[in-house]
Design a protein around this ligand. Structure first.
Ligand code: SAM
Length: 237
């Protein structure tokens, strides 16, 4: 369950309207997360107040900085227990969301939440670098999102191949990621992207976070993404 007061207080600067039924969906998700987490490790963030701020408000901050058009097609890469993808979807059910993760059990949890909330989404149990080589998924999304999955040079190889030219890769990072961003520039450029905006903001006082908006400006060369072992052994740097 969410801390309602803390939730509305934290998102008040986001300029978004979370009505009662939307709050009820998000609250259901939080309740299921906290309950399921007792028997299966979904997240290290367990306390309702932390879940409210560090998971739910953190993910909703995307709407403050990025305009997501109606019916946008989004893939959440390494979604885990559903962050940010499931928060975005429950707030904006018009979004066509694909939840991708290599861990099946976590996807099972997402499926349960979707069913419970009466919302639909595509569940994709594959590694990102495998899915991005399939024509059904390659360069077919308006947005790719990722939070806490890999460092930017590797993460870009996972995510940018999914994004259409003209689309955006949204990378959610901690604020102290300057070095990672410098290291990621070559990879982003080779994969057809360019950093459009690098936004650091305070989620709450003394809790700085970062959203990097990476525009897809040209097609990803067909040799990417490379097989998993090559990506991790020799990240593009
Ligand atoms: N994004 C969620 C969040 O912010 O809470 C989950 C973060 S968790 C630390 C990283 C997740 O990424 C795990 O669920 C893991 O299975 C998934 N993952 C890592 N590498 C992946 C890959 N190459 N393809 C698909 N999933 C991957």
């Amino acid at each position: 369950m969410l801390n309602k007061e803390l939730f509305y207080e934290t998102i008040k600067s986001f300029d978004i309207n979370v009505d009662d039924s939307t709050f009820a969906r998000l609250d259901k998700y939080a309740e299921m997360l906290i309950e399921t987490n007792k028997s299966f490790n979904l997240t290290a963030i367990k306390e309702p107040d932390d879940v409210t701020v560090k998971h739910f408000a953190d993910c909703l901050a995307i709407f403050k900085y990025i305009d997501i058009p109606e019916n946008a097609k989004i893939i959440d890469v390494g979604t885990g227990a559903g962050f940010p993808g499931l928060v975005l979807k429950l707030f904006r059910p018009d979004i066509q969301m694909t939840f991708l993760d290599s861990t099946k059990k976590k996807l099972g949890f997402i499926e349960n939440v979707l069913n419970e909330c009466g919302v639909q989404g595509e569940i994709l149990h594959l590694r990102a670098e495998e899915a991005a080589r399939l024509s059904k998924y390659r360069e077919s999304f308006d947005f790719a999102t990722a939070r806490a999955v890999a460092a930017l040079p590797v993460l870009s190889e996972y995510c940018l191949p999914f994004v259409k030219v003209g689309g955006t890769f949204i990378s959610m990072k901690s604020a102290d990621s300057n070095e990672e961003i410098s290291e990621g520039k070559k990879s982003i450029s080779i994969l057809g992207g360019a950093i459009e905006e690098n936004i650091v903001f305070d989620l709450v006082e003394n809790m700085p976070r970062r959203i990097i908006k990476i525009k897809k400006i040209s097609q990803t060369p067909t040799k990417y993404p490379r097989p998993s072992a090559q990506i991790s052994k020799k990240p593009i740097k």
